[in-house]
Design a protein around this ligand. Structure first.
Ligand SMILES: Nc1nc2c(c(=O)[nH]1)N[C@H]1C(S)=C(S)[C@@H](COP(=O)(O)OP(=O)(O)OC[C@H]3O[C@@H](n4cnc5c(=O)[nH]c(N)nc54)[C@H](O)[C@@H]3O)O[C@H]1N2
Ligand SMILES: Nc1nc2c(c(=O)[nH]1)N[C@H]1C(S)=C(S)[C@@H](COP(=O)(O)OP(=O)(O)OC[C@H]3O[C@@H](n4cnc5c(=O)[nH]c(N)nc54)[C@H](O)[C@@H]3O)O[C@H]1N2
Ligand SMILES: [Mo]
Length: 832
């Protein structure tokens, strides 16, 4: 239209690289990135007479394509907001009103002065350890604004009690599989190199076990891998999905769906091993040369150890999977060259985030070891990683590419406060005076043994102090961490004298804060990032971007000015740094573009495209040299004799690392066992709450980040929310047998409840949920209790199903969380 200025702006979101069209200062359209002929050519893989090559675009997800909605969302926080009944000059902070009070608008000057004053007061009165700062597991893309960057730098300069993220995505792998094959630098997940090539050429079958790649997109890879599954089908490979829920990948691609009761998978795995041992169909030669401790595993499986042979009939009684199906699966698996995909990235999976999830993860490695792990077509691969990718081109990830990284910062700050606290213990710390203890440092990336280290909170003075102030970056924990109501009660504790939340939207924990600082979204700020690169070393996913069809490095352009008085995270900390007199330390006198330039210069980007061109062009596609074999997966490097990072260098059926630590741990024995789950069908609690609710990762959002008021278009998807009587409800899938027993019909509002919470959802009666289980996605963005916040009996209307899960550690010495399964009962909801 005449007189209107229009421009294109490049940016990066959880679900792909995007191009936004901006007209007269407004974002009017968001599209996926289409590559041009100037960009590097795409790779090709030839299989027989077919040549496979990816489409030349970022296959962005629906939540990313509709991202414009969340920029202009009705619940954006546009100004610094102070809780109306919070007076920083008064001793009584009226903490019991958190979650209920209204807010008043204040200026940035007032807000930063309140923060500075409280920081000084609390440091003086209790010491720096009394101030804690807590990030999220996720944030919008951008290495400068990332929590690992601006947030960590700011707080490390001041000193604070670091809240350690537990290894949420990886739990069972970190606490279990590491003791079988090492890979501690990947928190127990395997390497993923050249396996797409291997699978297309050499595999006959793919077993997806607790994995739904169509839904979880290899975390940030959007829909780049959907074509792979089509190719697999075209080549006649079989796909088997093992999941209590008939997940999206199963619906679209599976030849066979096997549905065990939640939390019983280790019994299924043991029975598969039983068939192989009994019928002599495992790779004896490989077991002999590549593994140790097999006899102990065989003793357990055959019943020599405990008198119970782990036959398919035994497993049928536990898992509900017919013995003939178990036998058939075991035989097919042994006969065919099989890839195992246990979770999102050849590891992860809801089963690893459940009680004793480490035993399942260990057995996954056992099974592939029994079939010659690393031989052509026999590996760990979930159909969505290991695209040809040139890893020698160096560009950092968000963990190792930010403002507090050597080579990017002139001065790196190490947090001077020794005290730390594990994230899942925060509610206990705020609600009780108990001395808390846990093992490990959250992400135990330094060695396998790190997870044995016992830590305590609070540390004695002068190193420690109970937390009195909490600074929160993000605001989703009421719905993303287990026992949401307990978190709500903790935030209302009088022990917490000052609570700040920095978030773009008025939701979740923001509604409990004394002060809310308005953060801008990724489309309102400048930054730099590589699509799907979390980073090696402390990022736990080295070369993660090889789960995209193309490596794309993005100069994230600012599409519009921040709305209202919101600021980018970089600028929020700059504002606070000024008020606290640490501006120079924080920014080193550099603006955002200066920091972006430093990241660029720390990488190989500087050799391939001048900075100004990169800034203007918006992205760069890393080429893949023809026939590049950057790395080979397990078998090759093992055959080269380098071995694995286990004490013996081999795959350990019997774990030496555990033998050194606690050889008598009944909950994580030296050889993996099936142990009945404490939130499963065999738990005593099942007498009162007989259904297992599984809460996997939400398909149509990225956790809470595209849900609720932020994206009404996503709410229109009836598998995401269902409209009824003036509200979009969170759906729960329930089997017709369980529904009928309770008089529940499709479309009824139901309350799901246990001693921890009561959550109202809308019933979708369907055989996609196996009998005895319910399915509702984790991570609604809305926590809306009808009564008192935090009260387990108060019906929660937003669909915050983590109100039902438990904060209990996964097992005695494995101090990860287990939110994916919760025992519940369900009934028709008669409320209004
Ligand atoms: N769209 C989207 N993609 C995402 C995310 C998101 O929020 N949205 N989150 C990203 C993140 S941070 C992570 S860590 C990954 C997580 O990736 P995963 O851990 O692989 O994903 P989940 O959805 O937890 O689990 C996968 C499947 O396991 C099944 N399952 C649950 N319990 C059991 C069980 O006891 N036995 C068996 N056999 N199956 C079970 C679930 O039904 C589900 O279909 O996803 C990433 N990708
Ligand atoms: N029941 C159950 N629970 C689970 C899981 C499960 O499988 N089942 N999985 C677990 C796993 S693996 C994960 S990773 C976690 C995810 O848990 P979270 O990390 O809590 O999930 P998100 O919804 O991504 O939360 C990010 C928060 O940060 C805010 N935010 C996003 N970007 C920015 C930014 O750039 N700046 C600022 N200031 N704020 C920002 C968002 O508004 C949001 O409040 O959930 C865990 N919880
Ligand atoms: Mo995760």
């Amino acid at each position: 239209m005449a007189g209107q200025e229009e421009r294109r702006c490049y940016n990066l979101d959880h679900g792909g690289v995007v191009v936004a069209t901006v007209r007269d200062g407004k974002i009017v359209r968001v599209q996926p990135l289409y590559l041009s002929d100037d960009d590097a050519p795409s790779w090709k893989i030839a299989v027989g007479d077919r040549v496979f090559t990816p489409p030349r675009r970022s296959n962005a997800t629906q939540f990313t394509i509709s991202i414009r909605r969340r920029v202009y969302a009705s619940n954006r926080v546009l100004y610094p907001m102070l809780r109306e009944d919070f007076d920083p000059d008064k001793e009584d902070r009226k903490t019991e009103n958190r979650g209920k009070s209204k807010y008043v608008r204040i200026t940035w000057k007032e807000a930063s002065e309140i923060v500075a004053k409280e920081v000084r007061r609390i440091r003086e009165k209790y010491g720096p350890a009394a101030i804690a700062a807590m990030m999220s597991s996720h944030q919008m893309w951008g290495y400068i604004n990332a929590s690992y960057s601006a947030f960590t730098r700011f707080w490390s300069i001041l000193g604070y009690t670091e809240i350690l993220n537990n290894s949420d995505s990886w739990e069972g792998w970190s606490w279990g599989a590491e003791h079988v094959w090492g890979f501690y630098w990947r928190l127990g997940l395997p390497d993923q190199y050249d396996l797409l090539d291997d699978a297309l050429k050499n595999s006959d079958m793919i077993v997806l076990w607790s994995a739904d790649p169509d839904a979880t997109n290899s975390t940030y890879a959007a829909y780049d891998s959907v074509m792979i599954r089509h190719w697999l089908k075209e080549l006649g490979k079989e796909i088997v999905v093992i999941d209590p829920y008939c997940n999206y990948t199963a619906v679209r691609f599976a030849d066979k769906w096997i549905a065990p009761k939640p939390g019983t998978d280790a019994a299924l795995a043991a029975a598969i091993a039983y068939v192989w041992i009994n019928e002599g169909t495992y790779d004896k030669q490989y077991v002999e040369t590549h593994t140790v401790g097999f006899e102990k595993w065989a003793d357990y499986v055959t019943g020599k150890e405990d008198g119970t042979p782990k036959t398919p009939e035994w497993a049928e009684r536990i898992t509900g999977v017919p013995a003939r199906e178990i036998r058939a699966l075991a035989r097919e698996w042994a006969r065919k060259r099989t890839m195992l995909g246990p979770g999102n990235r050849a590891g992860m999976g809801g089963a690893c985030r459940a009680p004793y999830g480490h035993e399942w993860a260990r057995m996954m490695v056992y099974l592939q070891a029994m079939q010659g792990l690393g031989k052509p077509g026999v590996n760990f691969w979930s159909t969505n990683t290991a695209f040809p990718s040139w890893e020698e081109f160096n560009f950092p990830g968000y963990v190792n590419g930010g403002m507090n990284v050597p080579g990017i910062a002139k001065q790196v700050y190490l947090n001077p406060v020794k005290q730390k606290l594990l994230r899942t213990l925060v509610p206990d710390a705020l609600l009780t005076d108990k001395r808390l203890s846990w093992r490990g440092f959250g992400f135990n990336l330094g060695s396998t043994e790190q997870q044995f280290q016992l830590n305590v909170y609070p540390l004695p003075k002068p190193d420690g102090a109970p937390i009195r102030m909490l600074y929160r970056f993000g605001a989703a924990y009421l719905c993303t961490m287990p026992d949401g109501n307990r978190w709500a009660r903790a935030y209302r504790s009088p022990k917490l004298e000052f609570f700040v939340v920095q978030n773009p939207w008025f939701e979740g924990e923001a509604k409990f804060a004394d002060l809310i600082l308005p953060a801008a979204t990724n489309l309102e700020r400048e930054d730099i990032a590589e699509w799907n690169n979390g980073g090696g070393a402390s990022g736990a996913i080295p070369h993660g971007s090889n789960s995209n069809a193309h490596r794309i490095i993005v100069y994230m352009q600012k599409c519009i000015e921040p709305l209202g008085e919101s600021k980018s995270d970089f600028h929020i900390f700059l504002e606070l740094a000024k008020a606290l007199g640490i501006e120079q330390e924080y920014s080193e006198g550099e603006d955002v573009e200066g920091w972006i330039r430093r990241v660029y210069e720390s990488s190989d980007m500087k050799d391939v495209m001048p900075f100004e061109e990169f800034k203007k062009r918006g992205y760069y596609v890393v080429p893949v040299p023809e026939n590049d074999v950057s790395h080979r997966s397990f078998a090759t490097f093992y055959e080269l004799g380098r071995g694995l990072a286990t004490p013996t260098g081999k795959i350990e059926f019997e774990s030496r690392s555990l033998a050194k630590f606690d050889p008598k741990d009944p909950e994580r024995p030296l050889v993996a066992h099936y142990i009945p789950s404490w939130e499963g069908p065999e738990s005593p609690a099942a007498a009162k709450y007989p259904l297992v609710l599984i809460s996997p990762h939400v398909r149509f959002s990225f956790h809470s980040q595209h849900d609720g008021e932020k994206n009404p278009w996503i709410d229109e998807i009836p598998h995401h929310r269902v409209y009824k009587d003036g509200r979009y409800w969170w759906p729960v899938w329930i089997n017709p047998v369980d529904a009928e027993k309770r008089g529940i019909k499709d479309g009824d509002l139901v309350k799901i409840y246990n001693d921890r919470g009561t959550v109202v959802c809308i019933a979708r009666v369907s055989e996609r949920a196996r009998p005895g289980s319910l399915h509702a996605y984790q991570a609604s963005a809305i926590y809306e209790p009808k009564g008192e916040p935090g009260d387990p009996a108060s019906p929660e209307l937003g669909g915050c199903v983590n109100a039902l899960s438990s904060l209990r550690f996964m097992s005695k010495n494995a101090h990860g969380f287990a939110p994916a399964h919760a025992l519940v009962e369900v009934a028709k909801w008669e409320g209004s």
